[in-house]
Design a protein around this ligand. Structure first.
Ligand SMILES: [Zn+2]
Ligand SMILES: [Zn+2]
Length: 263
């Protein structure tokens, strides 16, 4: 079984198609999905989807693009929203200096608030980071020194130094369709060398479809293409990568229980 550890199923791109999309995912061996929150104000949308399907889980958080809109969010606001059982993590939150859709100091402040909520709840943090390696490494180190929290750098597209820092701090790395892109040698190098108990796969659907679907709308079934490249890069079998990344997912997101294990 494979797990798509990061997708956005409530986006309008998938409206009216969820049943078909989940059937196609199952056909590709994708047994579970984590649909990610991007705005606390709209946290109920992904939660509704998670509540409708046994094998879909969700997170709640403020994406750095939306940090400006939700700059007054408190740790308590976040913690309140994590009560439903299907909420298994916090995020996505972080820094995006590529688009700079929100002012950088507000992105940092909102990110630190999410870290504190992750620390207090013990729920893992889904971290978005783009073109912000130095600030990200510094904030993660400073915050980890205040008290431990778990999490994953999703859609890993940063440099080796940030990968090393994240791994040193006990965080996971999740690889998206970018891993399959011709120009992504540096990311494949990071994926090759990361410890086997720290790697996840994801689509980030509807974005970033992997080769051979590049340029099309992405969907959870396509995570199989990324897993296949990850297996090649690490010189292990496809089945090994599936087993490994799924086990890692359920270790990190330990509140996510598949129906057969649900008590
Ligand atoms: Zn992201
Ligand atoms: Zn995302």
């Amino acid at each position: 079984m494979l797990v798509d550890s990061h997708c956005h199923l409530e986006f309008p791109d998938f409206a009216g198609e969820l049943d078909d999309l989940i059937t196609r995912a199952a056909g590709a061996g994708v047994g579970a999905m984590l649909t990610i929150g991007t705005r606390l104000a709209k946290a109920l949308q992904p939660l509704d989807i998670a509540n409708n399907y046994d094998n879909i889980f969700t997170t709640i958080g403020t994406h750095p693009h939306n940090a400006g809109e939700e700059q007054n969010v408190t740790v308590q606001d976040i913690i309140e929203l994590t009560r439903p059982k299907k909420v298994v993590g916090i995020g996505e939150s972080g820094l995006d200096y590529y688009y700079d859709n929100s002012p950088r100091d507000i992105q940092k402040q909102v990110f630190r608030t999410h870290i504190e909520a992750a620390r207090e709840t013990g729920l893992p943090l889904v971290i978005h980071t783009r073109d912000a390696d130095e600030d990200m490494a510094r904030i993660l180190s400073e915050e980890m020194a205040k008290g431990a929290f778990g999490g994953v750098l999703h859609c890993f597209s940063s440099g080796q130094a940030l990968a090393d820092k994240a791994l040193e701090l006990g965080l996971y790395l999740s690889f998206s369709g970018i891993l399959t892109f011709k120009t992504a040698d540096k990311i494949r190098q990071v994926a090759k060398n990361a410890p086997q108990n720290k790697i996840l796969v994801e689509t980030d659907a509807p974005y970033l479809a992997p080769v051979p679907k590049r340029g099309k709308r992405n969907e959870p079934a396509f995570v199989a293409h990324t897993a296949s490249v990850l297996a090649e890069v690490r010189a292990v079998s496809y089945d090994t990568i599936c087993a490994l990344t799924s086990a890692n997912f359920f270790t990190l997101f330990n509140r996510a229980k598949m129906p057969e294990e649900a008590v």
